[in-house]
Design a binder for this molecule. Structure first.
Ligand code: MFK
Length: 617
């Protein structure tokens, strides 16, 4: 496309014969090639032999998520799933009717290897990162099909860890195949009416069959069964204690079960009834229902009474998927707002020249960059934990960083997507602009797979059980060990990070007082996340040696650690100096010091518009 085709706004003739102003919509190009910070960061974290292998696929997929995948996603959004309880003759059928695009997205997921890449492990410990990068590109175009993929990924991991020979041969291959005809998705149906957080109070029960098989008949009420069109689900239920014949209460009484959702004829439900389709705030294309289990056939996984730790192996995967969705949402929001900056003229100049818009965009970009570093880091750790020799340090880091990255990026994605709507003004608030969906779909990232409060308590649990705080602080110190020139942005950042580590240690000394722990768990988790993210930005800046990266690290420390007085709530005022404004402009518009746009996608609007703007900067 040539630069002459660029339109920012135009005039259109109305019925009256007068010409009216016509604003152009933001446009996006290749979602990999335009993501210059991702491309640069991958050079740091992925060895070149693997990067050369995966990058052509990421480039191709970066186009596809703006092509047919986006169209199928939109079709699903416009035609949300319906529950048809009865046929015309009064027969109970419990059909979930979805847009055909939903089934096609499932096929595409198989062919693209969105689950299988993580299990083929062709790129060894970098396979998870490769898989998650593809889902990161996919998430915001796919009508949240990444939700069923996350649970399928978790189900595959659960079976790898705990599945017996039967499940490993009959179910596992279906989760990790690239053949769409054989690909299954799986749900994780943990939540009951007693709540998603208070799992220990689950009421479902499992009666062993008397035929000597390993089958159980499970009864109970599953209150949120997401992706009900999946083929299988992993659930929790209580089975009888051999000693007393009764059901043991609490989480120790719960076992994990594998169920097929439909019988072998593929039509009839496996002894269950769908009571209703949930009417959700977002993720509207994802079929989520309330289901009553009425003697559903299930197979126990792992040991009796170990259901919670077993199902936690799914949670530890889906929580990382949550990070993917949150960071992808921030990236999509920034990309839209950046493109819009070039298309929208107000008060006589484009938004790209409006200092306050640029500052807002820069804040969003910094959140995205820090979130991306968190995502890359956690994905790498997961790959290492699965593919390298057992390493307690990696296990401890992963145990604390999984809830931290989930809880922090979820909150930030809600803020950034809300800001994205505001960047587009009233039109961004209109449903048919497709922008509100970003916010509605990401609001749930702070709820499902554990709320911010529940995960903050999980962080404390990991500190107690895995000594994970000591390991985390060591990791922060080692990432920021290298010294830099006194007075430089990185030296300032280092000082702030050291102070934050001291504060963390002081706070954790009060951790024997449970009231103190509970009152401060969330703020403490935010502080840990922000300090760790500062260390990741530091590590990246040391590697890139770019002034922009050094300043971003310094800015992050100033906003999140220094001016916030460690409680994550105070406002950091912008400094009214030229270097602050220069950094805002460079990162908001993603340009280098010479004013060149850094994205390389040839469909990129930002790139095309820069010819005109460069002169002014
Ligand atoms: C598109 C659809 C949209 C629909 C809208 C969304 C609506 C919301 C839908 C949902 O409800 S999603 C589900 C949200 N719920 C969760 O994610 C669970 C939140 N709760 C927790 O994470 C709890 O920490 C957990 C249930 C896992 C455990 O709490 P408990 O019952 O108090 O048990 P406990 O004693 O802490 O842990 C039991 C065992 O599990 C321990 O092992 P041991 O028995 O060997 O000591 C723990 O170490 C182990 N465990 C807990 N968390 C773990 C873990 N192991 C490994 N990793 C973890 N993360």
């Amino acid at each position: 496309m040539s630069t002459e085709n660029i339109t920012t706004s135009s005039k259109q003739k109305g019925q009256s014969g007068y010409e009216y102003f016509q604003q152009e919509a933001p446009r996006l190009g290749n979602q990999y090639l335009e993501d210059s910070y991702l491309i640069e960061s991958l050079k740091r974290v992925v060895p070149s032999n693997y990067l050369n292998e995966i990058e052509p696929d990421l480039v191709r997929f970066g186009d596809r998520v703006m092509g047919d995948i986006l169209e199928y996603g939109r079709a699903c959004e416009n035609n949300p799933p319906k529950h048809v309880a009865y046929d015309a003759w009064g027969r109970r059928i419990d059909k979930i009717v979805v847009d055909e695009g939903w089934n096609i997205l499932k096929d595409i997921s198989a062919v693209e290897g969105l689950v299988s890449i993580g299990y083929e492990r062709k790129q060894k410990e970098f396979s998870r990162l490769y898989q998650y990068l593809k889902i990161y590109l996919f998430a915001c175009s796919s009508a949240v099909f990444d939700c069923p993929l996350s649970m399928t990924d978790g189900g595959a991991r659960l079976l790898e860890l705990y599945g017996d020979k039967e499940l490993m041969t009959t179910a596992y291959p279906h989760y990790v195949t690239r053949d769409p005809k054989n690909f299954w998705t799986s749900g994780q149906w943990m939540t009951e009416k007693t709540g998603g957080s208070d799992v220990a109070n689950s009421e479902s029960v499992a009666e062993p069959r008397k035929d000597g098989s390993n089958r159980y008949d499970i009864s109970g009420y599953k209150y949120f069964t997401s992706a009900t069109t999946a083929q299988t689900a992993m659930i929790l239920a209580r089975d009888r204690e051999p000693e007393t014949g009764g059901f043991r209460s609490g989480s120790r009484g719960l076992s994990a079960f594998f169920i097929k959702i439909r019988k072998d004829n593929g039509k009839d439900l496996n002894n269950m009834m769908i009571h209703k389709m949930k009417n959700k705030f977002g993720t509207k294309a994802v079929p989520t229902t309330e289901i009553e289990l009425l003697g559903t056939e299930g197979v126990m996984i792992g040991n009796k009474g170990r259901g919670v730790p077993i199902i936690a192996s799914i949670l530890n995967i889906t929580r990382i998927h949550n990070v993917i969705h949150s960071v992808a949402t921030m990236r999509r929001g920034v990309a839209l707002a950046r493109d819009f900056a070039h298309r929208r003229k107000v008060f006589g100049s484009s938004l790209a020249e409006n200092q306050l818009y640029i500052s807002t965009l820069a804040e969003m970009e910094i959140e995205y960059r820090a979130g991306l570093q968190f995502l890359l880091n956690v994905s790498l750790l997961l790959g290492q934990s699965e593919c390298l020799e057992k390493n307690p340090k990696i296990d401890s880091l992963l145990r604390i960083l999984t809830p931290l990255s989930k809880l922090y990026t979820a909150k930030q994605s809600i803020l950034v997507s809300s800001e994205t709507i505001e960047c587009m003004g009233g039109t961004g608030y209109m449903e048919d602009s497709d922008i509100p969906r970003l916010l509605r779909d990401t609001q749930v990232t702070a709820i499902w797979e554990g709320t911010t409060n529940v995960l903050s308590m999980d962080v404390w649990r990991s500190i107690k059980s895995h000594n994970s705080l000591v390991v985390l602080l060591d990791e922060i110190r080692s990432k920021t060990a290298a010294t830099t020139k006194a007075g430089s942005p990185l030296a300032n950042a280092k000082q702030t990070i050291e102070n934050a580590v001291k504060a963390i240690l002081e706070i954790s000394n009060g951790s024997d007082d449970l009231d103190f722990v509970i009152a401060n768990a969330k703020k403490f988790s935010f502080l840990l996340s922000q300090t760790y993210m500062a260390a990741l930005l530091y590590e990246h800046a040391l590697w890139s040696k770019k002034s922009v990266d050094e300043q971003i690290c310094e800015r992050w420390c100033f906003i999140k650690l220094q001016s916030s007085k460690m409680d994550g709530t105070s406002i950091a005022f912008a400094k009214a100096d030229q270097s602050w404004r220069d950094l805002d402009r460079l990162i908001a518009l993603d340009i280098d010091e010479s004013g060149n746009y850094r994205g390389t996608g040839d469909t990129s609007t930002c790139k095309r518009n820069f010819g005109a703007l460069r002169a002014r900067y």
